[in-house]
Design a protein around this ligand. Structure first.
Ligand code: UGA
Length: 439
């Protein structure tokens, strides 16, 4: 089929490339000429494992362009995959989605299905339909379908090629048939429903996962107080298939471009309809506090970080991505700097993006060893493999005071006990607390 995709961020680009991999002819549209030139030569502008290889492999079926009219005019299916960032009040900003909808209306010259992949508030597909139908230039039939995306950054290619489910929201049968054809080479259950339910499935899924994380983080906080071990608690809970063992890792809170934005957007939408989503509100509140967990822990060791040398391992919101959106590092490092700390930071792929946001004040290092050298305290914000595989004895060798505050529970407590480090993680006992006499 001839497919056009609007937007080449995580959702748009990965969708386009994976549809080409399944044999479709795909035109990806973006307004940024520099990005289009890069992608045309088989280079992905986003860091996503496996994506460049798949782009190069399918370049004969892929086209990247800034000329939306050319891409849309005779497409069978047009996917909208542009961003819906958070507005100041927590609601979703739909400017880009509506801009694309207008461009589609003025461009299409044959019947087609417009598929909304971007995460949009419930009811937006209806508005897109009205907008496109009132602004159509040519006399064609256009159907609007909701087809939310469930890929996660870092595993986007795998998630898209092997989805857990394909959700299709339509108001009549024809677009549903077209979308089933688009996905006929994907091996996944299809949930066929109406558009509002499809839109809600996306928000409810993300918000449930966010709630699951905030729930285990609260349990972790209580575990610390009463002396239980949250990892054992999560393990014991997870064997119950009604609960499941995934997304029960406690830490310094969820970040990224999706959970923070989608929890706030659904909460805002409910409020707008005079309904308070209390569980989602709790997930948001717990997460805001959790992000400051390590700074609060640091006060046990030092009243202030003033004049101290601080090591930071990991800047991105999770491993496998260079994305910093809503990353705990963004909240914590400014507090350290405000305290007057000398901050040294390491991340395998996130430094460039962090540097753009914080051009001054932080020294960036090429290795974990260089970061730890002569520091007084170390904060772990991202569970990169390099951190998890790091030889624990080196903390002791390299740091002035081997105090490790681990926001991602990277190490087994048994191994930590054998080393001489002071190790404070989330929801687990602090190891080697006796040596705490540094304040
Ligand atoms: C999330 C969802 O997992 C995807 O299914 C969804 O499609 C995507 O949002 C989206 O809406 O586009 P993503 O934001 O890429 O994907 O990342 P996740 O792997 O879900 O992690 C989000 C945050 O939760 C990270 O900061 C991670 O560290 C944290 N997390 C995750 C935990 O703290 N504990 C866990 O057990 C799992």
């Amino acid at each position: 089929m001839k497919i056009a995709v609007a937007g080449t961020g995580y959702v748009g680009l990965v969708t386009g490339v994976c549809l080409a991999e399944k044999g479709h002819i795909v035109s990806c549209v973006d307004i940024d000429e520099r990005k289009v030139a890069l992608m045309s030569s088989g280079i992905s502008p986003i860091y996503e494992p496996g994506l460049d290889e798949l782009m190069v492999k399918n370049l004969n079926r892929l086209n990247f362009t800034t000329h939306y009219r050319e891409a849309y005019k005779d497409a069978d299916v047009i996917f909208i995959g542009v961003g819906t960032p958070e507005k100041h009040d927590g609601s979703a900003n739909l400017t880009y989605v509506y801009e694309v909808a207008e461009q589609i209306a003025e461009s299409i010259e044959k019947d087609c299905v417009v598929v909304v992949k971007s995460t949009v508030p419930i009811g937006t597909n209806d508005k897109i339909e009205d907008l496109i139908k009132t602004k159509l230039v040519h006399n064609v039939n256009v159907h609007i379908a909701s087809n939310p995306e469930f890929l996660a950054q870092g595993t986007a290619v795998r998630d898209t090629l092997h989805p857990a489910r394909i959700v299709i929201g339509v108001e009549d049968q024809d677009p549903g048939k077209v979308l089933k054809e688009v996905y006929n080479k994907f091996d996944a259950p299809v949930v066929l429903t109406n558009r509002k339910s499809a839109e809600m499935i996306k928000y409810a899924s993300n918000d449930f996962l966010a709630l699951k994380i905030s729930f285990i983080n609260e349990i972790a906080n209580l575990c610390e107080i009463i002396g239980a071990n949250v990892e054992d608690v999560a393990l014991g809970m997870g064997y119950d298939s009604r609960i499941g063992n995934r997304f029960l890792n406690s830490g310094i809170g969820y970040g990224g471009s999706c959970f923070p934005k989608d929890t706030k957007a659904l909460h805002w939408l409910a409020n707008f309809h005079d309904y308070e989503l209390k569980t989602i509100k709790a997930a948001i509140d717990v997460n805001e506090n959790q992000k400051l967990k390590l700074i609060k822990k640091s006060r046990k060791y030092f009243d202030s970080l003033k004049g101290l040398s601080v090591a930071v391992l990991g800047l991105t919101f999770k491993p496998g991505t260079d994305d910093l959106r809503e990353a705990p590092s963004l909240v914590n490092i400014p507090i350290m700097l405000e305290d007057g700390a000398n901050v040294k930071a390491w991340d395998p792929v996130g430094i460039e993006n962090f540097q753009r946001l914080h051009p001054n004040g932080v020294s960036y290092c090429h290795s974990i060893e260089e970061t730890l050298k002569d520091t007084d305290i170390c904060f772990i914000f991202t569970e990169w493999d390099e951190v998890k595989d790091f030889d624990l004895s080196k903390y002791n060798e390299l740091m002035r005071n081997p105090i490790i505050l681990d926001g991602r529970n990277c190490y087994d407590l048994l191994n930590v006990r054998e080393s001489k480090i002071i190790y404070d993680s989330i929801g687990r006992e602090t190891v080697n607390t006796l040596e705490v006499s540094l304040v």
